[in-house]
Design a protein around this ligand. Structure first.
Ligand code: TRP
Ligand code: ZN
Ligand code: CA
Length: 437
């Protein structure tokens, strides 16, 4: 998904979808926030050595840690033991895929506001052809060490932290889809963001940031800008890792990536060094071992992960203040069909609505150009928020519009009116929210 100019402007103003989804909280007064610790890359590498040993002991011929194989379950047990010892609340979620039992590991750090959950996840399975140390021991080990750093430093974030290691990603994001599908919708709604790390130590690395939620993206970019490392937007297959499972249900996502089988261009070699060959020549093959890691990339990405997790969970990104009226009931939008509405009843506001009424729109849709979106005031006045566009093929309408509603009496029933005007793609209203300053 590419971001609209509006989303970027709002992100700069500190008003983001993530902030809006998190609910209205009074502006935080200036407070000092613990800076993220440096993540020791030696510890991350030790986890990779341990995962390599697990693979080597399972499956012969260099081994593997693939779904349905002994090396996968041993990997889960290895990560779980470290988290249990550090004080995490862990659970293993079982599912079945291709006739074998699969496992997700979910680890919660006790404390924080459980209505605002920040998640970080990585797939722990390899392909059958190799030990999967870059893909994806790298992400798995980096979030493990970040979780251990949370415990070591006694970090007590404002938000609640949850880490996850997914099974059967290589079979089509199976584990993360299972998790999202089996999470009650009330629990889903509490997830303010999901950060994904899949392949972050590629031997001929690029520094790629997912172009999704603006706040998450900015956090990563700021980190890399601070250490003088240029980044690019990730384009080697959006939707090719577990963040897609979360994005599909409207959860703000982001992540990091150092490249897979695609070839590094000469311009990228100028920028990052290395050679004009594949970012990872051992992608999905038996040579994806501990020698298939660039330590500098692993180190920088591990530190970027900690930076983002600390920042995004500390609660100092200020959500909009004011009085919020929100309707979170899902309303399905019939394909090329009748108008549908979601309404909120505004009460207790004196006089007229403001000239900068914040209209939070969260619509999940597979081709948003199909949609005409209007705000309807209590007296029936129509404010068009988004016109029909035959060419806008992007997913979802997830943004905050600013409407000059000063001609309207504030109190009464306001509606979000949506009509799908072209066949094939469909979706639903996830939430509609008005914020009165
Ligand atoms: N495990 C992913 C896969 O095999 C690796 C990958 C490829 C990836 N392209 C990506 C991960 C882009 C994140 C983003 O498909
Ligand atoms: Zn992967
Ligand atoms: Ca349609």
């Amino acid at each position: 998904m590419s971001l609209s100019a509006r989303q970027r402007v709002l992100a700069v103003a500190g008003i983001t979808l993530a902030g809006l989804l998190a609910g209205a909280v009074p502006a935080a007064t200036a407070q000092s926030v613990a800076a993220a610790p440096d993540i020791p890359v030696a510890n991350v590498k030790q986890h990779l050595a341990d995962l390599q040993s697990i693979a080597s002991a399972n499956g012969g011929n260099g081994g593997n840690r693939a779904h349905g194989r002994a090396g996968y379950k041993a990997s889960i047990d290895f990560v779980k033991a470290k988290l249990d010892a550090a004080g995490y609340t862990t659970r293993i979620e079982q599912f079945t895929s291709s006739g074998s039992t699969g496992y997700n590991l979910i680890a919660d750090w006790p404390g924080g506001d459980t209505n605002q959950v920040l998640m970080a996840g990585s797939h722990l399975d390899s392909v059958t052809s190799g030990p999967g140390i870059n893909d994806n021991g790298s992400g798995s080990a980096a979030i493990l060490e970040t979780a251990l750093a949370v415990a070591r430093t006694g970090y007590q974030p404002t938000k609640h932290l949850r880490f996850a290691w997914w099974g059967a990603e290589e079979l089509g994001l199976v584990g993360s889809k299972y998790y999202v599908n089996n999470l009650p919708s009330t629990e889903r709604a509490k997830i303010s963001g999901y950060l994904n790390f899949d392949m972050i130590g590629s031997p001929n690395p690029g520094y790629f940031v997912y172009d999704d939620d603006p706040t998450i993206e900015k956090n990563f970019k700021d980190y890399f800008a601070g250490i003088g490392v240029p980044t690019e937007i990730e384009t080697e297959g959006d939707g090719r890792s577990d963040h897609a499972s979360f994005k599909n249900v409207g959860i703000p996502v982001g992540g990091l990536f150092t490249g897979a089988s695609r070839t590094k261009t000469s311009a990228q070699v100028q920028k990052w060094g290395g050679t004009a060959t594949a970012f990872d020549r051992c992608y999905h093959s038996s040579c994806d071992t501990t020698t298939n890691i660039n330590d500098t990339a692993l180190d920088r990405n591990s530190d970027a992960i900690a930076h983002a997790i600390w920042n995004l969970s500390s609660g100092t990104t200020t959500p909009p203040t004011g009085t919020v009226f929100e309707n979170t009931s899902d309303v399905s939008i019939p394909d090329n069909g009748a108008v549908v509405t979601s309404s909120v009843n505004v009460t207790g506001i004196t006089g007229n609505a403001p000239s900068d009424l914040a209209v939070g729109v969260d619509i999940i849709h597979t081709w948003r150009g199909d949609l005409v979106v209007d705000l309807i005031a209590p007296d029936g006045t129509v404010y068009n928020l988004k016109p029909y566009s035959s060419s806008d093929s992007a997913d979802n309408v997830q943004t905050t519009y600013t409407v000059n509603a000063s001609a309207e009496v504030a109190n009464g029933s306001w509606s979000l009116r949506v009509q799908d005007r072209a066949t094939y793609d469909t979706g639903y209203i996830n939430s509609f929210k008005l914020t009165f300053p």
